[in-house]
Design a protein around this ligand. Structure first.
Ligand code: KG4
Ligand code: ZN
Length: 335
């Protein structure tokens, strides 16, 4: 069959990204403009700043993605854009741009769910394929999916409060480690003792595959306050390491339960938190223990990027799920 070139566009949060992917797998370019600097002094993503920064960079990242792939818009077969979930103003920049480009260049348009995009990151530069269990852990989401086939997912569990990445970001902020919290906690934890403090990990009665991270976050905040009141100096590295251990433990335990329940032999990870080194070690251990395969996307495809959106869009396109110009942006997910 004919080669398909997909242009992916991602603007759901604080990364403006465009990518060109061949046949859903081969990444010809993946340009990411990170807004971290713009948000850093506020300790988190400021939605209005994000929208404006996307607007400033969207043309540039798309042009760069085409240039790096040695292509022009005429060569592209389909345009894929994240249209949910995310910051509404940020999403609208990508969706409006993609609609305009689709109209002007007469190319089909496909709307992509960002969480699905994270799952599809597992297919980039590999021949990895469904079925598998997928743990998606990002700044906004923590889900366990049974991925039966392309475009065919079932949610087995999800967070009932904070997402895993959100917990990393909030604890990092309390420790004065800055934004984004995940990489900062990972770095601090390297010189800390992860067994120095025992932080509790919530187990949800009756829905064992769901997650809860707000109790863990509160436990860390309480610990910090107590130490302060007692006049004891806080060892940031030890708190970071102990917190990281607790998050990873919760993720591993629920995933273990899911594997045993559905009896799969393949696990995949996805989302920004899946970039975490300690998490990768523990999931590798789990896979050895249970005798199953585990797949991690390269770190650059775990955090937000347009290549994963192009991949997801490619499979929707093959499925005939093309959008018209009524395509809209939505803050919440449709699954
Ligand atoms: O997937 P992503 O880039 O954006 C969302 O869709 O949310 O994930 C961002 C999240 C942030 O919470 C960030 O702190 C976390 O992923 N993160 C990490 C690491 N790198 C990014 N968390 C733990 N360890 C890391 N190395
Ligand atoms: Zn994401």
């Amino acid at each position: 069959s004919k080669d398909v070139l997909t242009l992916g566009i991602e603007t759901s949060c604080d990364e403006t990204s465009a990518a060109v992917v061949l046949n859903g797998r081969k990444v010809l370019s993946n340009i990411i403009f990170s807004q971290i600097e713009a948000h850093q002094k506020f300790g988190g993503v400021v939605p209005e700043l994000a929208s404006r920064a996307h607007l400033e960079k969207i043309c540039y990242v798309v042009e760069e993605a085409l240039k790096k792939a040695n292509l022009s818009i005429k060569d592209i077969d389909v345009i894929a854009v994240t249209n949910r979930p995310g910051l509404i103003g940020a999403l609208l920049v990508g969706v409006s741009y993609a609609k305009g480009l689709s109209y002007a260049a007469k190319k089909p348009l496909v709307g992509v769910n960002h969480i699905a995009g994270h799952i599809y990151a597992n297919f980039l530069e590999t021949n990895f394929s469904p079925p598998f269990l997928c743990l998606v852990v990002s700044g906004g989401h923590s889900h366990l999916f049974w991925v039966e086939d392309y475009g065919k997912f079932k949610i087995l569990g999800k967070t009932i409060d904070d997402a895993a990445g959100e917990a990393f970001d909030k604890v990092a902020r309390a420790l004065g480690l800055g934004y984004p919290g995940g990489p900062a906690i990972q770095k601090a934890a390297e010189s800390g003792n992860e067994d120095s403090i025992t932080f509790p990990v919530a187990q949800i009665k009756g829905s064992e595959l769901d997650f809860s991270f707000s109790g863990l976050k509160t436990a860390v905040l309480n610990y910090l306050n107590q130490q302060k009141q007692k006049g004891i100096k806080i060892k940031t590295e030890d708190v970071a390491a102990s917190f990281q251990k607790a998050v990873v433990k919760a993720l591993v335990e629920n995933t273990r339960q899911a594997i045993l329940q559905i009896k799969t032999d393949t696990l995949a990870l996805a989302g920004g938190v899946a970039a975490n080194k300690r998490l990768r070690q523990e999931f590798s251990k789990l896979s050895q223990e249970l005798g199953i395969k585990v797949h991690f996307p390269p770190v650059e495809f775990c955090t937000d990027n347009a290549a994963m959106i192009a991949c997801a869009g490619y499979y929707s396109f093959l499925d005939g799920k093309v959008s018209d110009f009524s395509l809209d942006a939505y803050a919440v997910s449709d699954f």
